[in-house]
Design a protein around this ligand. Structure first.
Ligand SMILES: CC(C)(COP(=O)(O)OP(=O)(O)OC[C@H]1O[C@@H](n2cnc3c(N)ncnc32)[C@H](O)[C@@H]1OP(=O)(O)O)[C@@H](O)C(=O)NCCC(=O)NCCS
Length: 178
């Protein structure tokens, strides 16, 4: 009997991926990745205008000038920020790119002085490996009132809240667009 296995071949340039803050020039590339994942039910929609207005809060993973992964920070309050719109192009998944984006987002959140970073996710193990712990949605009423009340899945939410906290605020200068 012949066994056929899917062979997952790493893109040859996966070692060249680097994560950086996004710029206005990245808006269209970010929108492409967002839209692809919205269609698959992974991400909430973001308009081009919304991405452009918040571009200072996005990070991109790039390889040879191509955006292969994205993630953003959304301030929920002076001490609370959400990791959202996290996605990696399918062919670059499972090589650590998503993990590097989250680590960079958490570092950026720390640098901006947020003591608490959270996400609502189905990729619980992925976030746990990065130091997040599972918590209750109710800990984040800012999120519930801002986004969850508008969500068609609000009464049967299948996402888990995960959080990472830091003991002290490092600074208060963040001044980016929301
Ligand atoms: C989640 C995502 C960003 C991870 O990116 P990545 O580059 O593959 O991340 P890494 O390589 O650092 O880590 C991959 C690990 O996360 C795990 N993981 C990814 N998605 C997961 C999910 N939905 N549930 C549980 N684990 C998940 C993978 O199984 C893998 O672990 P393994 O190698 O032990 O099997 C990517 O899978 C993605 O773009 N998914 C679609 C968009 C999405 O769901 N975004 C929402 C996340 S809040």
């Amino acid at each position: 009997m012949t066994t056929i296995r899917a062979v997952h071949t790493a893109p040859s340039d996966v070692n060249l991926v680097s994560v950086r803050l996004a710029t206005a020039a990245d808006v269209d590339a970010i929108k492409v990745v967002v839209d692809e994942n919205v269609a698959l039910g992974h991400l909430l929609p973001r308009t081009r205008e919304n991405i452009a207005a918040s571009i200072g809060n996005w990070l991109v993973a790039e390889v040879q000038g191509r955006v292969v992964g994205i993630g953003s920070l959304l301030e929920m309050g002076p001490a609370l920020v959400e990791v959202r719109s996290l996605a990696v192009l399918p062919e670059y998944r499972r090589y650590g790119v998503g993990g590097e984006i989250v680590k960079s987002l958490v570092e950026e959140a720390q640098r901006r002085g947020y003591p608490t970073v959270f996400a609502l996710t189905r990729a619980v193990g992925f976030f746990e490996r990065l130091g997040f712990v599972v918590t209750e949605h109710e800990r984040f009423p800012e999120k519930v009132w801002r986004d969850c009340v508008l969500c068609p899945l609000k009464d049967r939410c299948d996402e888990t809240a995960v959080v990472i906290e830091f003991a002290t605020r490092h600074n208060t200068a963040h001044g980016e667009g929301k």
